[in-house]
Ligand binder design. Sequence first.
Ligand code: DAH
Length: 345
Amino acid sequence: MSAEIFNKVNQVLEDIKTEAPKSLDELEQFRIKYLGSKNIIKPLMGEIRNIANEQKREFGQLINKVKQTAEQKFQELKASAESASENAAAQSLDWSAPAEPMPLGSRHPISIMMNRIIEIFGRIGFTVAEEREIEDDWHNFTAMNTPADHPARDMQDTFYVRGVENMLLRTHTSSVQARTMTTQKPPIRIIAPGRVYRNETISARSHCQFHQVEGLYIDEGVSFADMKQTLLYFAREMYGPQTEIRLRPSYFPFTEPSAEMDVYWGLKDETDYRITKGTGWLEILGCGMVDPQVLENCGIDPDKYSGFAFGMGIERQAMLKYRINDIRYLFENDVRLMQQFSSAI
Ligand code: DAH
């Protein structure tokens, strides 16, 4: 009886040694057969009851050997299967394949417009002046000849900084004029791009934050004709060499005389009628000769120096150029919109 059982177990040991699983599936079969919860070694262990007492120890050792052999063989086979599959993966990699394309960003339409304006004025000697967005009352209003009871100072238009007297979010880039004139001596030729804030209801046409570019030119003998020629140059660089401009008399507290500049857009279709209100002309900027009072406020002798200034909004120009019909798109940073713009500058 004992010998028969010993034979059976020895046979299993031999089987384990000769097993040669050729796939992961076969390896799994091997595991289930010899190491699984219903493996074939377990019932053999129960046979110890039928073994003569003096052979029980030997039998136990044999069973252990069978179990260990199965376990060891399984671990070896598993390790070699794993390294084989890693090798196969490595061999299937094509190291010469082109890399995954990396999506490139694109510039925001506002930046494209501002950079273009800076570049156009840069060519005729204007340098960029950047200044703070949180400004004091004096630079934003008082120095710019805007008296304390002027409607532009009304709480409805201006965001004041809570708890700090006389501090506000600048309502226009004209504050940079005051900043520059109080710290530099003429000749001054600056262009000041930046963000401005007004307490306005947000709609498709207006926003509480937007961008302006300011220009300022102060020197001896600067005339209205200089201003007109400079702005004509700008308009033709920006909107094409045939562009016509017109200056309409206007009012700004900080310039005298003041004007608004229109460019001729045309009346080719219905959209042109709508955006030019049927005139064909489009208002682009405000401008004028710097009021002598402003020069004086900023410590520049108005008898010796004169100058011109201008200021333009960027959003409206960007919306015209890129045919964007809602200003809010420009502040949402939705990549689906932004991806449609690209520019080298
Ligand atoms: N600051 C004016 C505005 O926000 C624009 C402006 C008009 C700026 C005339 C100027 C200027 O420098 O001369 O509406």
